[in-house]
Design a protein around this ligand. Sequence first.
Ligand code: HEC
Length: 147
Amino acid sequence: MHLLLRTGLLLLLLACSQKNEDPPAATESEMRTYSELSGLMLGVQAYQKVLRDSVRSSALQLPDNPMDLARLHSAQATDSRELEGNYHELADRFIQWNDSVHSGSKARRIEAFNKSIDACIQCHSSRCPGPISSIRKLYLPVSDSDS
Ligand code: HEC
């Protein structure tokens, strides 16, 4: 059991430091366990993609966020050191920009959305660089706001 836990932990740490975007080999993903925060992050990322597409297509109604973002502050991480420093400040910044996507005018949505992605990247660059290249792909082209 102890060994299994250690293996899971190692794989999670690898997920954070992973540089390429290839999906992990089947054996790895079968063995992988997720921390509460990782699970939350995967949900946040999936929702951000749906949100981005709605913002891009100037949808009248944006999809409700099914995630409880307040949990960013309380979820257990693989390594509690990841939650040190400015973690909570950056989590709030992300939550605030995400709220602005929903509450702001249609014209400001793209800006607010991209600011929320800035917050993802800021937090990730100091503690979990692995997913950054895939997070970058969420950015909306600013020229979209002209059309
Ligand atoms: C306030 C800091 C912070 C913000 C903001 C943040 N993250 Fe994370 N993210 C983390 C930490 C820390 C982990 C590692 C969690 C762990 O190892 O338990 C993580 C893990 C992840 C993972 C890896 C999950 C896995 O284990 O495979 C993905 C993907 C991810 N985040 C995407 C995002 C996206 C997309 C955003 C913005 C929409 C975002 N994150 C915003 C701190 C943050």
